[in-house]
Design a protein around this ligand. Structure first.
Ligand SMILES: *Cc1c(COP(=O)(O)O)cnc(C)c1O
Length: 366
């Protein structure tokens, strides 16, 4: 029986026999070959989607939370706290409930998707909507957890990063090697930090021989790393990456530099187009922030980034020499059902018809 990432990757994680494992069997998410995107990319490339929406609470945050809550429990903590654009609070609330620990959440008022809010509430967290943005909420959480015996479970908590790196292990285990490129959304930048750490550790252990180029994408209205300065009032429909001053900024830059990758931005228009394409062409429903990875992939294709990589020592490029295709993994960080309002707004609502056979046959073209 599969029992979650701590059991599976125990030897790479800071746990002992004394650590009580609080798990909802997170991880083991599908790596899906993306037929439509692969054909768009053309010969010499294969695109895969790491669908993190199939974690227990619907986002990758569960990988970090199983570690953070297990360690909080080991340390005898009675309460945990986080600031959240939604998914962290959903995950913290679920794992805290499972552990029997109190969970306190600060969310930016009016700026989180309804699915995520409903999760935090139904799992019994104390939820306070702060009249301010995520960065302000995180600052408050840092102050409170520094002063009171409450464990901070944002990605500043090093155990979060430790747990999240398991996704990189899974990708390598599935492919039997490192991918050549990894494309992902960047918000508070904990996840890009975690993946890069995971890949490096797997290479250190001799399981993979190469490392991927890390290609991170922020939303254009909240792209502090791309601009090189904090953004006071971050704006984007992709609420999970609406962050103006990322906590792991330096580590994200290190991942970019060390891997020979890049961190760029995509517009909300590009994000929504990728969001719809994923659902309609690949059959995968991811939330808008997740679609930033595919929006980034398409932007890089347009700018001929990948063909310019030919001749570099990356992976299997170029295909003309008969080498294996270069493998690109796009991380889909969260499930589309988190934000059904956005989905409905992005398409035409169903037409209302009479319950009449003739009318319906006419409508469907028969
Ligand atoms: C948290 C989150 C992100 C951003 O991850 P960071 O570690 O903050 O960069 C992206 N997408 C989704 C769905 C998230 O929940």
């Amino acid at each position: 029986m599969y029992e979650g990432i701590i059991h599976k990757y125990r030897k790479y994680l800071p746990v002992t026999e004394k650590t009580p494992v609080i798990s909802l069997n997170e991880g083991n998410t599908p790596l899906i070959r993306a037929g439509y995107l692969s054909s768009l990319m053309g010969r010499g490339f294969e695109v895969y989607l790491k669908f993190e929406g199939s974690n227990p609470t619907g986002s990758f945050k569960d990988r970090g939370m199983t570690m953070a809550i297990s360690k909080a429990r080991e340390e005898g903590s009675a309460a945990v706290m986080c600031a959240s654009t939604g998914n962290t609070s959903a995950s913290a609330a679920a794992y805290a409930a499972c552990a029997g620990i109190k969970c306190i959440v600060l969310i930016p008022s009016g700026a989180i998707a309804l699915g995520k809010l409903s999760q935090a509430l139904i799992h019994g967290a104390v939820v306070l909507a702060v009249d301010g943005n995520f960065d302000a909420a995180l600052e408050l959480v840092r102050e409170i957890t520094a002063r009171y015996p409450i464990t901070l479970v944002n990605s500043l908590n090093p155990y979060r990063i430790e747990g999240q790196k398991s996704a990189a292990f899974e990708i390598c285990d599935s492919l039997g090697a490192s991918p050549d490129f990894q494309v992902m959304p960047v918000g508070n930048a904990g996840n890009i930090t975690a993946y890069w750490k995971g890949y490096k550790e797997y290479r250190q252990a001799g399981i993979i021989k190469t490392l991927p180029r890390m290609l991170g994408f922020q939303a254009a209205g909240s792209a502090p790393i791309v601009l090189g300065r904090p953004v006071k009032n971050p704006k984007t429909i992709a609420t999970a990456i609406r962050i103006g001053n990322p906590a792991s900024w330096k580590q994200a830059e290190a991942a970019r530099e060390e891997s020979g990758g890049l961190i760029d931005m995509v517009s909300d228009r590009e994000i929504l187009d990728a969001y719809k394409l994923l659902a309609a062409k690949e059959g995968v429903f991811a939330e808008p922030a997740s679609a930033a990875s595919v929006a980034g992939l398409l932007k890089l294709k347009k700018s001929r980034y990948f063909s310019r990589q030919a001749g570099s020592n990356v992976g299997g490029i170029p295909s003309k020499t008969g080498k294996k295709p270069a493998r690109i993994v796009c991380i889909l960080t969260g499930h589309g059902l988190k934000d059904p309002d956005r989905a409905i707004k992005s398409v035409r609502e169903p037409k209302i018809v009479k319950p009449d056979l003739k009318v319906i046959l006419k409508e469907i073209g028969y």
